[in-house]
Design a protein around this ligand. Structure first.
Ligand SMILES: C[S@@+](CC[C@H](N)C(=O)[O-])C[C@H]1O[C@@H](n2cnc3c(N)ncnc32)[C@H](O)[C@@H]1O
Length: 230
């Protein structure tokens, strides 16, 4: 069970706005961020790899040769760690053109051009009928109006993207496939669980960023699988 602590919305707002400003102020040539011991480049307007995806990346399991669809790839970190885990094919999607530029650059720099494809897509719109063994997603956590594409990395207007994700993911998941989903205590935890269950999945907590500790901000990784008939 997650430790759900009271969240100070004003502090979270201030912190997220300062991060959005920082994403926008990156120089044209980009900047390099170290994440889990590896270097990733981000061009302006791209979400920086951060603690939020680490419970997922540290705990997901990819079998050699499996196919992975990474939704909301940002700089491509989850997709690239899937490649390091020996995925056979990785398709990385994002709605933000800046993220496409950053993820394409990082796939090349890490030597995964032949395995990882980066595609601009609003959720699954450009995926066609392809199905995957694994879907990974670190979508915006908060149900809050997003005024631009950078804000869309953290805020989801009327929770539309998260709602559509759970309605549409099944079409792209092979029978027996699994979803690894990142979220946070300052997001819409109950809403995510309800969306998953309503779409016919079991959802369970796989890992959290500071298990058992009273940290103000906690990040979670969920394992989501089709519910077995009872
Ligand atoms: C929290 S960031 C995560 C980025 C990266 N996966 C990571 O873990 O660092 C969320 C990402 O989802 C993307 N996103 C938001 N709405 C989307 C949508 N409807 N379709 C595709 N990508 C979306 C944002 O542009 C952003 O890059």
């Amino acid at each position: 069970m997650e430790t759900i602590l009271p969240v100070n919305e004003v502090k979270v707002d201030r912190w997220q706005r300062s991060r959005q400003k920082a994403f926008k102020e990156v120089p044209d040539e980009g900047r390099t961020i170290t994440y889990l011991g590896k270097k990733f480049h981000v061009y302006p307007d791209t979400f920086w790899p951060f603690l939020d995806s680490q419970p997922l990346v540290r705990n997901f399991r990819i079998q050699p040769g499996e196919s992975v669809l990474d939704v909301g790839t940002g700089s491509g970190v989850i997709a690239i760690f899937s490649c390091y885990a020996q995925a056979g094919r990785v398709l990385a999607l994002d709605i933000n053109p800046a993220a496409i530029r950053s993820a394409t650059h990082n796939a090349h720099e890490h030597g995964f051009d032949g395995i990882m494809e980066v595609r601009r897509s609003d959720l699954f719109e450009q995926v066609g009928d392809e199905q995957f063994d694994v879907i990974t997603a670190n979508l915006p956590f908060r149900n809050k109006a997003a005024h631009d594409v950078v804000a869309r990395s953290q805020w989801d207007t009327a929770f539309q993207t998260n709602t559509r994700f759970f309605k549409e993911a099944g079409k792209h998941l092979k029978p027996g496939g699994r979803i690894y989903f990142a979220h946070a205590n300052f997001g819409a935890v109950d809403e995510v669980k309800r969306l998953a269950v309503d779409a016919g999945y079991d959802i369970r907590l796989l890992a959290s960023s500071v298990p058992g500790e009273a940290e103000e901000r906690q990040f979670y990784a969920y394992l989501i699988e089709r519910a077995k008939p009872r």
